[in-house]
Design a protein around this ligand. Structure first.
Ligand code: UD1
Ligand code: CA
Length: 462
């Protein structure tokens, strides 16, 4: 079988985005556009992927990682010039090279595979992925000969009135016979409106060498949209959302209102889970089966077990077990680990803490830098006083302990197994297991106080 390689073009600044962030790093469904492209390429069988970087080179590299190769394009002289920069890595090789733009985040591996198959079947030297666009503005137009074969691609800015009317566009994805590509690139000039070396000019050059140029038209223009500005970015986001949400629904997840549900590309959700409106699931998040998430919840980089309910709450970078109830209005902050059968109720904040099976913090608490054992009850208003202004300290509450309402646990401190802390206590010393600790002023009742004070006031007036 012919060997396959891939090139991703990602060196441009993306002027039309009007952004400090380099274009290909703009996220779509929570993942940078160029990462979508590379991930899809990884699903087709290629020997190596070379990404052309320039603007924001280091940032793009650290995003995409070290398992692919890079070629540096120091000056952005056009897409043809960009591919030229990969000559050191690919120029000597035989095989087929797939070229994809880093700003077409919706292109799927299925379409890439279909293009490669068409290219191989047609025995072509170049195969262009085209699409029919209702509004082709901004795209290169595919100009065909009378016999239907592709003659060339004309950029929007270089097109005549007649050419502008053509609705078949160049998607910016191509297959090339590798040797033919690098030979033809040497002949590409920059004699055009933008003064750039255009990659699509290779098509006309190869055609004039009487070699086979083929085109494969995908039925889905939507998959090929190129993101040049923020309007297109929002369109890409919308389309990606439909794709992602549809996939989850087909896999057995109920999404009550897909238009109001935002799930990042790499999130996984188990079957029979229900996602309510206003929910944002992002990063490397996994949700188990039979969960109910939302409405209006935000879960990022977190693992959620089965049958867990999270309402109107925020969970970041944390692990949550099975059959846990969170919210409404709870905040689980990074590095927290909740076991199974736990309840975290309204206005509870948990930070960098462990909470073991069966424990509860049902109302109005702050639990930071703490290790909470099994079956612990943290009463309403329990606070771990973890910060002395300089350092954070650990609070330990061992299995079965009961913390009464409105208690301060001043860390470092340990409350032993099955111990009780009386409501309103400020605990500064360790509480032994099985003990009751009361740390508050004793109550005194002043009998008859009201009439005494009234008498005093009357005497004063008189
Ligand atoms: C390009 C195509 C156009 C096609 C469209 C599809 C050319 C000349 N035109 O136009 O026919 O319809 O894509 O979306 O190829 N890049 C570099 N180095 C450069 C210039 C660009 O790496 O010197 C990268 C960009 O980062 C981007 C990609 O190549 O990811 C495409 O460049 P862009 O300027 O967006 O090309 P378009 O004008 O959209
Ligand atoms: Ca583009």
């Amino acid at each position: 079988m012919t060997k396959r390689y891939a090139v991703v073009l990602a060196a441009g600044q993306g002027t039309r985005m009007k952004s400090r962030l380099y274009k290909v790093l703009h996220p779509v469904a929570g993942k940078p556009m160029v990462q979508h492209v590379v991930d899809q390429i990884k699903n087709v069988n290629v020997e190596k992927i070379v990404t052309v970087i320039g603007h924001g080179a280091e940032k793009v590299k650290s995003q995409l990682g070290t398992d692919i190769e890079y070629a540096l394009q120091e000056e952005q002289l056009g897409t043809g010039h960009a591919v030229m920069q990969t000559e050191g890595q690919l120029g000597e090789l035989n095989g087929t090279t797939l070229v994809v733009c880093g700003d077409t985040p919706l292109i799927s591996s299925e379409t890439m595979e279909a293009l490669l198959t068409h290219h191989e079947k047609e025995n072509a030297k170049v195969t262009l992925l085209t699409a029919h666009a209702e509004d082709p503005a901004g795209y290169g137009r595919v100009i065909r000969n009378e016999d239907g074969t592709v003659a060339k691609v004309v950029e929007h800015k270089d097109a005549s009135m007649e050419e502008l009317a053509v609705q078949e566009i160049n998607t910016g994805t191509y297959c090339f016979d590798n040797q033919t590509l690098f030979e033809a690139l040497k002949q590409v000039n920059n004699d055009n409106v933008q003064g750039e070396y255009y990659l699509p000019d290779v098509i006309e050059i190869v055609k004039n060498q009487s070699k086979t140029v083929a085109a494969y038209q995908t039925p889905s223009f939507e998959e090929t949209i190129g993101v040049n500005d923020r309007v297109a970015l929002s369109e890409a986001e919308r389309l990606m959302k439909v794709r992602i949400n549809t996939r989850h629904m087909r896999n057995g997840v109920t999404i009550i209102d897909p238009q109001q549900t935002y799930i990042s590309a790499d999130v996984t959700i188990g079957k029979d889970s229900v996602i309510l409106p206003g929910t944002v699931l992002s990063g490397e998040t996994s949700i188990g089966e039979d969960c109910e998430i939302g409405p209006n919840s935000e879960i990022k980089d977190s693992q959620i077990g089965n049958a867990t309910v999270i309402r109107q709450s925020v969970v970041h970078d944390s692990d949550v077990g099975d059959n846990v109830a969170i919210g409404p209005f709870a905040h689980i902050r990074p590095q927290s680990k909740l076991g199974n059968d736990i309840k975290v109720g309204n206005f509870v904040e948990i930070k960098k803490s462990k909470m073991d099976n069966g424990s509860k913090a049902s109302h109005l608490s702050y639990i930071g830098d703490a290790e909470i054992g099994k079956d612990v009850n943290l009463g309403c208003g329990s606070i771990t006083v973890n910060y002395d202004g300089k350092n954070k300290h650990l609070t330990k509450v061992e299995d079965g302990a009961f913390i009464g309402c409105n208690s301060n646990l001043i860390a470092p401190v340990t409350v032993g197994e099955n111990a009780y802390v009386a409501a309103g206590s400020t605990i500064t010393d360790n509480v032994p297991g099985e003990a009751l600790s009361i740390a508050r002023a004793r109550q005194t009742n002043k009998e008859g106080y009201v009439s005494k004070i009234q008498d005093k006031q009357n005497n004063h007036r008189g």
